[in-house]
Each structure stands twice: as structure tokens, then as C-alpha cells.
Design a protein around this ligand. Structure first.
Ligand SMILES: NC(=O)c1ccc[n+]([C@@H]2O[C@H](COP(=O)([O-])OP(=O)(O)OC[C@H]3O[C@@H](n4cnc5c(N)ncnc54)[C@H](OP(=O)(O)O)[C@@H]3O)[C@@H](O)[C@H]2O)c1
Length: 285
């Protein structure tokens, strides 16, 4: 196999949810391109196996594991402080860990799990790492969202589905939250040298949805017949994390390596500010 260009040589890149699917392929590609890679996983054994796999596949020994359940705020805080201690700088942060929960579950902090993991996980980790990202500019934040955001709204009256829960609605809302967060972050970071963009990877055959049981889990497997491979799906994430073509571009939503418009609701800056404020309160930022 031809050696890919060492675009990331000398850079530190961190990928959450790197033990499976899109995160794993992204972390491997970053290592292949010469980055020092921080693999974030919630399970130490799976994480260690992932690190070994990436080191062997890429020949890059500079791949390290940090363990955190990103639905738990204390663990996100511990993760951020470990990064600050062990890595003086960070040039790329890929927020990717996410899931769909068909039943309403609560996180250890008592928050609805989809909102806690898919949105607050991105929000808290990113805010805690901004100084580390500022340490060596330019730096990039890539948030993995989804086309599932289309048609969704942020239900501020019942943000955590306490009155009425549907797994798909909670997921779609969380992926809209990823976009509102990305655009608000980009506005706040304007001119700072840190860019923030969001991405839809396509419909990809990963472990996504396998945490659920029953008909929906079965349906997911059947649908996978028509899905992209994780290698295909991760292409736009890798592009946003590494390509010189998007240097300086911020506040955009990418599908298949192209900036495309996201839903009308995702550009509502009042909703974005309100979501930011609620998220800051819920995470004690
Ligand atoms: N697959 C698709 O078709 C698709 C489409 C659009 C968007 N996306 C988005 O792509 C992202 C990655 O999903 P994927 O398809 O690659 O799914 P995946 O194979 O299930 O990978 C999800 C990753 O997130 C990690 N994770 C789950 N819960 C976590 C927690 N509480 N704390 C820390 N890490 C946790 C998983 O860890 P474990 O290995 O320990 O389970 C795994 O590494 C998600 O944000 C998803 O919304 C996926």
C-alpha cells in the first residue's frame, strides 16, 4: 500500500468513540498520516486492543488511549485534565462518540442519555479543551452530526424527553444540537485560529444501533446491506480533520467532502444561544 502523505506529522489529534466504526477508521487514518493520536474509548480492554491494532496497521507507535464514559460529566472533566497534563497541545479534536437509545435511559448524572452523550459530551469536552487547542494554531474541531437532524427541532419545553420519548426523535434532536453547537462555537471562535465544522458521514454499517434490542436492532442490521463501509463513511471526517483545502473554513456542514446547507432550524442563532446557555448550566461550565 502506498504511504499516504504525512499531512499530520508533528500534530496531536484526538478522536472520541475511536474503538469502533467511524471513529476507529478516522483515528487509524490520522495515525497513518503521521499524527500523534489520542484514542478515547469507554472500555479499557477495547481501547487497548484498538491502540494495538492502529499501531500495527500504521507502523506509528504514537497512539495512546484515554478512557472515559462521555455520558458522565465527571469522566469528561477527568479526561480533559488528563489531556491537559499529558499533551501540551492539541491540533485536532474529533467529537464522534454517539449512540441512539430506543428506550429512555438516564446517565449517571440523571440526564437523558442521548442528550447527555451525543450533545453534552461534545459541548463539555470541547469547552474544556479550548485552551489546549489554542496552544498551537491553527486547530480544528470536527463534530460528527447526521442528516437525521433534518426535520428535527430543539424541544426546549421537554429537552430530555421526560414527558414523551422516542429514540429516533431524541437522536435527531441531538444531531441538530451538534449543528447548533458547531455554528455557535464557530461564531465564538471567529478569528481565533480554531475552526469548527460538522459532518454527516452517510449511512454507514458500523456497530451503531447494536446497543438496542428487538425489532429496531434487527431492522438496523437488514438496512446495513445498503450501507457504506466505515472506510467510505469516515472519508469526510478525515477530510475535515486533515485536508489543507479546508484550512480556515469554519461554521460549515459537510457531506461527501462538500459544504452543504443544513436544515433551516440549524441556522437559528437564537436557539443556538439558548441551547448553549442551557448546556452550560447543565454541565456547570
Ligand atoms: N453509522 C451511521 O450510519 C451514522 C450516520 C450518521 C451519523 N453517525 C454518527 O457517527 C458517530 C459514530 O457512530 P458509528 O456509526 O461509528 O457507531 P459505533 O460503531 O457504534 O461507534 C460509536 C463509538 O462511540 C463510543 N461510545 C458509545 N457510547 C459511549 C459513551 N457513553 N462514552 C464514550 N464512548 C461511547 C463507542 O464505544 P464502544 O466501542 O465502547 O461501544 C464507539 O467507539 C455517532 O456520533 C453517530 O451519531 C453515524
Amino acid at each position: 500500500m502506498a504511504t499516504p502523505p504525512q499531512l499530520m506529522h508533528g500534530k496531536v489529534a484526538m478522536v472520541t468513540g475511536a474503538t469502533s466504526g467511524l471513529g476507529l477508521v478516522t483515528a487509524r487514518a490520522l495515525a497513518q498520516q503521521g499524527a500523534r493520536v489520542i484514542v478515547v474509548g469507554r472500555n479499557a480492554d477495547r481501547g487497548a486492543a484498538t491502540v494495538r491494532h492502529i499501531q500495527q496497521e500504521t507502523g506509528n507507535p504514537a497512539v495512546e488511549l484515554l478512557v472515559a464514559d462521555l455520558s458522565v460529566q465527571a469522566q469528561v472533566r477527568r479526561l480533559a485534565s488528563e489531556v491537559q497534563t499529558r499533551f501540551p497541545r492539541l491540533e485536532v479534536l474529533v467529537n464522534n462518540a454517539g449512540a441512539l437509545f430506543t428506550r429512555r435511559l438516564l446517565s449517571l448524572d440523571g440526564l437523558e442519555m442521548t442528550f447527555a452523550l451525543n450533545h453534552l459530551g461534545y459541548f463539555l469536552l470541547t469547552n474544556l479543551l479550548l485552551d489546549t487547542l489554542r496552544a498551537n494554531l491553527p486547530a480544528r474541531i470536527v463534530n460528527v452530526s447526521s442528516e437525521a437532524h433534518r426535520g428535527a427541532q430543539i424541544n426546549f419545553a421537554d429537552l430530555q424527553g421526560a414527558q414523551r420519548y422516542s429514540g429516533w426523535r431524541a437522536y435527531a434532536q441531538s444531531k441538530l444540537a451538534n449543528l447548533l453547537f458547531t455554528y455557535e462555537l464557530a461564531r465564538r471562535l471567529e478569528g481565533s485560529g480554531i475552526t469548527a465544522n460538522a459532518v454527516h458521514p452517510g449511512f454507514v454499517a458500523t456497530n451503531f444501533g447494536r446497543n438496542n434490542r428487538g425489532v429496531q436492532a434487527l431492522l438496523w442490521r437488514v438496512l446495513h446491506v445498503a450501507a457504506l463501509s466505515p472506510e467510505q463513511g469516515a472519508q469526510t471526517i478525515i477530510y475535515l480533520a486533515t485536508s489543507p483545502e479546508v484550512e480556515g473554513l469554519t461554521g460549515r456542514y459537510f457531506v461527501k467532502n462538500q459544504a452543504v446547507p443544513s436544515s433551516k432550524e440549524s441556522y437559528d442563532s437564537t436557539a443556538a444561544q439558548r441551547l448553549w446557555q442551557v448546556s452550560a448550566e447543565l454541565t456547570g461550565l
